[in-house]
Design a protein around this ligand. Structure first.
Ligand SMILES: C[S@@+](CC[C@H](N)C(=O)[O-])C[C@H]1O[C@@H](n2cnc3c(N)ncnc32)[C@H](O)[C@@H]1O
Ligand code: SF4
Length: 376
């Protein structure tokens, strides 16, 4: 039986963080009710006749919804057909998660939580626009553990303004003390048109220099690995049995449906993307019965490239058998010279079963992957 992933986007946040360019908005509370009503329609439309083994409610801040509003979302998901061993994640922000909301979340069948912390340094948290302190995060985390949530991810960002190696080390140690099941650790990206983008242009962001950023990257890898976490994707670390199955679906190029503003979808080689704004989403769904603004049927070359670019993010690499099943040709037949060249450079390892990066290769992954382009 073919199974699917389902992504659901909640585009509301209490306050917009200064680095963030996700489709997430503050001050749009009046749209929550019509948004959830519209989302209900899209969820029902896109989930009938499908069985899901992973569901991910992301944002934005899903925990921004009140307990009653979470109840409305829960009703939209009542008819969802799930496999026995499903993984059902929801993203939460420490500034607005209460025990009452957590009880509703639990009753919805959500069995994995992803909490955005970013740093354990309160000055840094304030400087990046977060609405919580480290202690508030810690209290939330312990409350959730006490309620029996046994699969929790914590998000960290490093390379933040005014951050140094000592501050990052303290963040990593503080998080390790809590033993979350999974840690996502991203290096800060200055996204266009965010408050940080404009400050950076004026040279007003005190960012770590390139050498410090390199030391930070090495510190993240060694500290988390020594703490017992497997680095299974460039920015993702997990305890045994706790890798994020939903994200693995993206990296392995498997099918998923997407509902809500800015949600992407990949079904049978066709990509779709929903409109980003809340108003546009409600209007389009009402007038056209669809919020999609971009549809694209991948060519063979595009499909192969996406498969390779996403699959190589996983440190185990690409399973060659799956490549043949999917494309009816071997990886070697398309990429023999490129693979050979980067094996000789010490950047790729080619075994009978997998093609993957070496440790050095991960560092230079963009450079290597640019050689895997077929369509240009
Ligand atoms: C969509 S956010 C949702 C989490 C939740 N809203 C929160 O912030 O607590 C997922 C994660 O992406 C990461 N992220 C967002 N913008 C980023 C950026 N510009 N650079 C690096 N990481 C970023 C953060 O770690 C964030 O927790
Ligand atoms: S990082 Fe999370 S809380 Fe902050 S604006 Fe983005 S989605 Fe909202």
């Amino acid at each position: 039986m073919k199974t699917y992933g389902l992504y659901i986007h909640i585009p509301f946040c209490a306050q917009k963080c200064f680095y963030c360019d996700f489709a997430s908005y503050s001050g749009k509370e009046k749209y929550v009710e019509p948004y959830l009503k519209t989302l209900d329609k899209e969820i029902r439309l896109k989930t009938k006749d499908k069985v899901f083994d992973t569901v991910f409610i992301g944002g934005g801040t899903p925990s921004f919804l009140s307990a009653e509003e979470l109840g409305v979302l829960s009703d939209s998901l009542k008819g969802l057909k799930l496999t026995q061993e499903y993984e059902f994640t929801m993203e939460c922000n420490p500034g607005n998660l209460t025990e009452e909301k957590a009880r509703v979340i639990k009753s919805m069948g959500i069995n994995r939580l992803s909490i955005g912390l970013q740093s354990s340094n309160d000055h840094i948290l304030m400087d990046i626009g977060r609405i919580h302190t480290f202690n508030e995060f810690r209290k939330n985390y312990l409350m959730l553990r006490g309620m029996g949530f046994d699969n929790i991810n914590v998000d960290i960002i490093y390379g933040l303004p005014n951050e140094n190696v000592t501050i990052l080390k303290k963040t990593l140690d503080d998080v390790l003390d809590l033993k979350p099941d999974h840690i996502s650790c991203y290096s800060l990206i200055i996204e266009e048109f965010t408050p940080f983008y404009y400050k950076h242009k004026k040279n007003e962001l005190n960012l770590p220099d390139e050498e410090t950023e390199r030391v930070m990257n090495a510190l993240v890898i060694s500290t988390l690995q020594e703490g017992g976490y497997e680095r299974y994707e460039i920015s993702n670390y997990a305890l045994q049995g706790k890798k994020c199955q939903h994200n693995i679906r993206y990296w392995e190029g498997r099918d998923y449906a997407g509902c809500g503003t800015s949600a992407h979808e990949y079904l049978n080689g066709e990509r779709q993307e929903n409109v980003r704004t809340v108003e546009g989403y409600i209007r389009r769904m009402e007038e056209e019965g669809s919020a999609s603004v971009r549809e694209h049927q991948n060519s063979f070359e595009e499909d192969v490239e996406e498969f390779v670019f996403m699959g190589m993010r996983l440190l185990k690499g690409i399973e060659k058998k799956r490549f043949i099943e999917r494309f009816h040709v071997t990886m070697e037949s398309l990429y023999e010279e490129v693979i050979q060249k980067h094996i000789e450079d010490g950047l790729l390892v080619d075994t009978d079963e997998y093609l993957r990066f070496t440790d050095k290769g991960v560092e230079f992954s963009n450079h290597v992957l640019s050689d895997f382009l077929l369509s240009t």
